[in-house]
Design a protein around this ligand. Structure first.
Ligand SMILES: [Zn+2]
Length: 431
């Protein structure tokens, strides 16, 4: 007994020593995306993964590790508010690789893909990812917990677990292959099934509830969506709705859903209602590119939709749905390339930056605990060479990434070993 106590005290001491190190970041230009302002020559002190002080005349402890970003623009991490890390399918027009992937790639492989994709977007400065399903049998929860426990580096994951839909989810299986739907979608057609499906996702570690509003003619009505919202609220969770028809959008708005995912069905009138009700637009605006060709009509609609929502003052988040493989590109490059759509809509750099940071934390519902560079908050900090408030494309070249106080990328080079050494000592957190 006595011996155990000594070991325990020694262990505590070790943890104390390894965590007590202070890191001091010399930020040449510190950006506040909320105010669209820059403050020069700031020092940010980081201890135990959190920001402990910010100022120009701070005393840097003699034994602190100093990170020199005096020539850089330093800002909080970026957010992709809609993607799917646990799926990677081949991008080919008119193919059904999406279906094939869900059949060929089991959950353990999907979890490793999710880690790899998360790693890639973190290297591009995305420190938060709202991961909305299509991750097999909860590979998304596995990734979130692995990151939170310090086994692997990755963005903070706000995951949905399995997408809930009326029978069939987003798939159209044949009767003798009905099982193709599972576990990609959870069927919930009645009130009891809706409640049970929400509980199942809560049980298996979801942080947000994702539903298919209208991908079937028997999609959800207003009353059913209100039930989702009410049940999710019991665990302080929000409801994100995949919407692909105008009627579906109208029903979702009336039900008071938290966010509408995708923007293809949204028009000026719906934007007006969304602005009035404060409903988030998570538009997943695919840019026109060689590797993902979309019709001129669709591209025009995407850009016009962004313009309309911006003009109406709709709450918007940066989101991609970039869940495909492009030869020669990594997931981070594909993700940041969605800037193209926002620029095409003529939205000012300062607003795009706010949308990619502040709005991202808000739609993820973490704004009061993570995101902003603020004393007491986790140190999720990135740096770029030029001022993104002048030219948003500066975000394409993230040279430094700190996640939870640990340096993941420095001088353009990724350093994952910092994280692999952190292991469970870093924090055995609650699910
Ligand atoms: Zn999606």
């Amino acid at each position: 007994m006595h011996r155990r106590l000594i070991v325990f005290i020694l262990l505590l001491f070790t943890i104390q020593v390894s965590n007590a190190a202070v890191t001091a970041i010399r930020a040449g230009h510190l950006i506040d995306p909320e105010a669209a302002s820059v403050t020069d020559n700031q020092i940010i002190l980081v201890e135990n993964g959190k920001i402990t002080a910010i100022g120009s005349d701070l005393q840097v402890p003699a034994d602190a590790t100093v990170i020199d970003l005096s020539s850089r623009f330093v800002l909080p991490g970026l957010v992709d508010a809609h993607s799917h890390l646990g799926i990677t399918y081949k991008m080919e027009p008119e193919s059904n690789y999406y279906y094939l992937t869900t059949v060929m790639d089991g959950t353990p492989l999907r979890a490793i893909q999710a880690f790899s994709n998360g790693f890639q977007i973190l290297a591009y400065g995305f420190t938060v990812e709202r991961d909305l399903g299509n991750a097999g049998n909860y590979a998304d929860t596995a990734l979130r917990i692995a990151i939170e426990q310090g086994w692997v580096p990755g963005p903070t994951i706000i995951n949905s677990g399995i997408i809930i839909g009326s029978m069939g989810g987003q798939f159209w299986p044949t009767p003798e292959r009905e099982f193709l739907v599972y576990p990609e979608y959870l069927d919930a057609d009645t009130h009891d099934e809706i409640i049970k499906a929400v509980h199942k996702n809560m049980l298996y570690g979801a942080k947000v509830i994702k539903i298919m509003v209208d991908s079937k003619p028997y999609g959800y009505n207003v009353e059913e969506m209100k039930l989702f919202v009410k049940e999710a609220a019991r665990a302080d969770m929000k409801v994100a709705g995949h919407v692909q028809t105008r009627d579906g959008a109208l029903r979702a708005v009336e039900a008071g859903i938290w966010s509408i995912e995708h923007s293809g069905a949204l028009d000026d009138e719906i934007h007006k209602m969304m602005a009035e009700k404060g409903i988030w637009r998570v538009g997943t605006e695919t840019p026109q590119t060689d590797y993902h060709p979309i019709s001129e009509k669709r591209w025009k609609r995407t850009v016009e939709g962004l313009k309309s929502a911006y003009k109406r003052g709709v709450k918007m988040a940066f989101s991609t749905d970039a869940d495909y493989f492009v030869p020669g590109m990594n997931r981070g490059e594909i993700t940041i390339n969605f800037l193209k759509s926002w620029k095409a809509a003529g939205i000012p750099a300062r607003d795009i930056l706010k949308i990619m940071t502040v709005n991202g934390y808000k739609v993820c519902d973490i704004y009061d605990e993570r995101g902003p560079i603020k004393v007491g908050f986790p140190a999720d900090i990135i740096a770029v060479s030029a001022n993104p408030l002048d030219d948003i494309d500066a975000l394409r070249d993230v040279t430094f990434v700190m996640k939870d106080g640990m340096v993941f990328k420095e001088n353009g080079t990724v350093k994952p070993m910092n994280f692999f050494h952190s292991g469970p000592e870093y924090g055995w957190r609650k699910r």
